[in-house]
Design a protein around this ligand. Structure first.
Ligand code: UDP
Length: 237
């Protein structure tokens, strides 16, 4: 039973349920970029992202990676475990794109020999500054043990996703993960979707993710739909 809204982020709204251990995440059609400076709405975006996220969470669970996903309660709403969100954005990079090419002398499209993991503090006020383990511990956002666990899980997720995306004809330059604490464990939270991953078509190299919106690179919905066709073909039957 969906009860009152407890939080509304940039693309999802979180509701309480009659069970204090469970919440509902509603994937909305709103889009934001550049710290909320650019905003828009895209019909069906919430639907595609919810369905893509669901499928990826289910596959990760089958790989033995715990996630907050329980079940879908509608096309755009998922029942999730209530977790204590760790205030860190975990970015995993395989190919150089986006901010790393602006901040460091690295050419776009450089393939990294080893994946790069970057931790950013989740803080709009401070512009999501980069963290290392010592800063994370000093700020009280995570323990050393948690940072190590997060790193290991993020690398496992990356190994699985790179291989999976390759099978559906997509490159995975980078993506963002968020984790939460539940019963003394660290579990994957938030979403994995076209909003939080860079996905490039293997053949054409074209962006099939939120970069289309960020940089006005074409038809966002067509690209999200195409990603959904490859990852969740059953929803089109
Ligand atoms: N990302 C995200 N939310 C954020 C910041 C980044 O989902 O608040 C994702 C983004 O979609 C990309 C990856 O994390 O897949 C790396 O983003 P980057 O640091 O390059 O930032 P950007 O270039 O998008 O500003």
């Amino acid at each position: 039973m969906k009860e009152e809204q407890i939080y509304s982020g940039k693309a999802k709204t979180i509701y309480r349920t009659d069970d204090p251990k469970k919440l509902i995440a509603h994937f909305r059609n709103s889009l934001t970029a550049f710290d909320g400076k650019k905003k828009s709405e895209a019909p069906k975006k919430g639907y595609y992202n919810a369905q893509i996220s669901k499928k990826i969470f289910e596959m990760l669970e089958s790989e033995g990676i715990r996630t907050h996903f329980i079940e879908m309660v509608s096309d755009t709403e998922m029942l999730i475990d209530a977790v204590e969100i760790i205030k860190i954005e975990v970015i995993v990079r395989n190919i150089a794109a986006g901010s790393i090419t602006r901040k460091y002398p690295i050419e776009e499209k450089t393939h990294f020999k080893n994946p790069i993991i970057v931790f950013d503090l989740k803080s709009d006020e401070y512009g999501d500054p980069m963290l290392n383990d010592d800063i994370a511990v000093a700020l009280g956002v995570a323990t050393y043990e948690e940072m190590e666990k997060i790193r290991i899980i993020a690398l496992r997720i990356n190994r699985f996703l790179v291989e999976y995306m390759d099978k559906v004809g997509l490159l995975l330059p980078d993506f963002k993960l968020e984790f939460g604490r539940k019963d003394g464990d660290i579990i994957l939270a938030d979403e994995i979707s076209c909003d939080t991953c860079r996905l490039w078509d293997k053949k054409t190299g074209q962006s099939m993710d939120k970069d289309i919106f960020r940089f006005d690179k074409g038809d966002l919905l067509k690209a999200y739909e195409e990603v959904a066709r490859r990852i969740v073909p059953d929803i089109f039957e």
